[in-house]
Design a protein around this ligand. Sequence first.
Ligand code: CUA
Length: 198
Amino acid sequence: MSAPDTLERDQEPADEHLTMGIDPWEKNWMLVSIVLLVAFAAAITVAGFAAGFQLPGEESEVDPRTVATEGPWSEPGLRELGEGRYEAYILAQAWNFAPRELIVPVGAEVDIYVTSPDLQHGFKITDTNVNMQIVPGQVSKLSFTFDEIGEFPYICTEYCGSAHAAMWGTVQVVSEADFEAAQSGDTDTTDATVEAEG
Ligand code: CUA
């Protein structure tokens, strides 16, 4: 009985020495980590509450059960708001985007509203910084100015089921003249393009 007691008492100072000793370098790194964490938390707080930075999207809420049949998404597509200003309503659903093609005149500033009636999807326009998460019941919004003539495919970036890879469409940025032409012969142009794409 007395032998273990002696052993324990003898070991105490050694234990204390091991646990209490913090290497000065380790202490400095701990301090740096704490300072960085506080700085990051402060930066997020200032950006979010004082400077008004928010995550892209989260514009408003809609009822996912009726969004495809009532309101602006029942007729998805591009609408003119004013000189050079447009809005686009896009429905992301399993497994396509409505519309599949958006014809936009070059220089147009477009407010893009996307929502989903079913699953979580993604909406990314290639070669732009338009990239949003699409959640049923939530409206995601970003504004973008299309300064370059060309084809900009949009794709679903969140895995949403068996035909996820087929979920894509195209923004056609065209000259003002081509835009006028497309407007006047709207359905013909769209049908021809869809057929050509197969
Ligand atoms: Cu929709 Cu992936």
